[in-house]
Ligand binder design. Sequence first.
Ligand code: HEC
Ligand code: HEC
Length: 209
Amino acid sequence: MPFSILTLIAIVLAGVTQGAFAEGPDAAALYAPCAACHGAAAEGNVALQAPRLNHLRPVYILTQLDKFHRGIRGGEGASVAAQQMAVSSGLLPSADHLPDLAFYITELKSGPSLATLEAGNAAAGGKTFMQLCGACHGMTAAGNVALNAPRLAGADDWYLRAQLHAFREGQRGQHREDRSGRQMRNMAAMLSDEQSILDVIAYIRNQAE
Ligand code: HEC
Ligand code: HEC
């Protein structure tokens, strides 16, 4: 695998157990170019369609940065937002600094994202989530590292909706090397309509701490 993402993930996992990646001024400098879109605390910016990042895990952030960098996400046929992020991956530091950057982002704190969507039915969404989503993302949407399934609890409602549409409409998860994206694309296709998307998002939003 190019760009040795597996090596990076190994470094990150070692860092978790050893507490090796302390937050510091260097990591803040690495994040500075990202803050212009994602916000000073990685709280997201709906006007720029740049999502919250501080609820995610380092391994998922590294995996997605690698995808953007290689054009597996944000390449041909992707949404304008995803293409923008693919271009922005040119701002990334060298590979050996990426784990520090990812850890720095996940240590940032901010209040919950404001609701921007018409509220769905969380009870109906919960049923759908248990049937179709919980096996990978966890019943409380906390994510599952072993399955590459990101945490969804805490994410912006508008971003969840945009990504479910991007998967359904083949803007994300369409690259033949994007195995985890393709998996999720098949699942997004199983949501029957817009109402079921809003319902599932209402359930996910209720899971945020
Ligand atoms: C020009 C604005 C812009 C800049 C600068 C930018 N991003 Fe993004 N980023 C975006 C947008 C827009 C998206 C959403 C892409 C989509 O909809 O698929 C995104 C998505 C992401 C994601 C995926 C989140 C997820 O839940 O899958 C990560 C991780 C990320 N950015 C990290 C970074 C980092 C780290 C930097 C700094 C090197 C950075 N971004 C700089 C606009 C930006
Ligand atoms: C087979 C396992 C699996 C199932 C079932 C599944 N997902 Fe996913 N999901 C994934 C994986 C893997 C990713 C990461 C894709 C990538 O790497 O680009 C993902 C990504 C996502 C994202 C993008 C998050 C982000 O930060 O960009 C959303 C939203 C999402 N899933 C929602 C759902 C919903 C809602 C359901 C139920 C309808 C569901 N998923 C079912 C595996 C799954």
